[in-house]
Design a protein around this ligand. Structure first.
Ligand code: IPE
Ligand code: IPE
Ligand code: MG
Length: 236
């Protein structure tokens, strides 16, 4: 039977190198990358995914020069405003995972607006990982569970993998079947550490701004050829 494909997560890396290769400033790579993001969402919708999770900005990315951070936040506002009609047309529900409190007020308000406007859409859920770190997410979940125990809502013995997953940002959504990383690095960079337990990995040297719909479909074809065993022995 063909592998199910319910959830794809993407590490959209390589914008800076794309720009540097052309003698341009990094920010132009980020701008160029927005088209690849729009195309990726379209592919996800056509694949009828339940979830697509995009790594937009990590907890660690706050440590970049403020000029770059400011530019990225500005780009985020611009994108969100521009894309709302298209998200509505595609019936996409937008969610942000990460520490929204660290996001400056203006982009945060725009993101909240997009979350509210698309809240009743029933198609693909687009999870934007912004100010996201998997370790922070895990700590956040531990605190929430500890608070529930302290309040007498659950017992220590009730804590299991399902309880834990429900306290993560995606509240127990299916784990990503496929994680795609552009830009050639074989690492997770603090992305979905819990959820990636049995995800298939696809790494391509293609830099994010060059990641076309055709490139995306190569990753999907690769995924289809994987034999997912989940630790078991499959019949020959
Ligand atoms: C990914 O591209 C975008 C973000 C992390 C915000 P980079 O900016 O990391 O590009 P490279 O990896 O330096 O080429
Ligand atoms: C991962 O890329 C984060 C995003 C794509 C948003 P980075 O460029 O921050 O990761 P490292 O520094 O190469 O591990
Ligand atoms: Mg990078």
């Amino acid at each position: 039977m063909a592998n199910q494909l319910r959830h794809i997560a993407i590490i959209m890396d390589g914008n800076g190198r794309w720009a540097r290769n052309r003698g341009l400033e990094r920010f132009l790579g980020h701008r160029k990358g927005t088209q690849a993001t729009i195309d990726a969402v379209e592919v996800g919708v056509n694949l009828k995914l339940e979830h697509m999770t995009l790594y937009v900005f990590s907890s660690e990315n706050w440590g970049r020069p403020s000029k770059e951070v400011d530019y990225l936040m500005g780009l985020l506002i611009e994108m969100v405003i521009k894309e709302i009609p298209d998200l509505m047309e595609k019936n996409v529900k937008l969610i942000v995972i990460g520490d929204m409190n660290r996001i400056p007020e203006k982009p945060r308000a725009k993101l909240q607006e997009a979350i509210d406007v698309t809240a009743n859409n029933t198609g693909m859920q687009l999870n934007l990982a912004i100010s996201y770190g998997a370790r922070q997410e895990i700590v956040h979940a531990v605190k929430a569970i500890a608070a529930d125990v302290a309040a007498g809502k659950i017992k220590v013995d009730d804590i299991d993998e399902n309880v834990f997953a429900r306290n993560l940002y995606l509240k127990g959504a299916p784990d990503p079947d496929l994680i795609i990383r552009t830009g050639g690095e074989f690492r997770l960079s603090n992305y979905l550490l819990w959820q990636a337990a049995y995800s298939e990995f696809y790494v391509t040297d293609t830099l994010w701004p060059d990641f076309t719909k055709e490139e995306f479909m190569k990753a999907v074809e690769f995924y289809k050829t994987r034999q997912r065993r989940f630790g078991k022995v499959l019949d020959e």
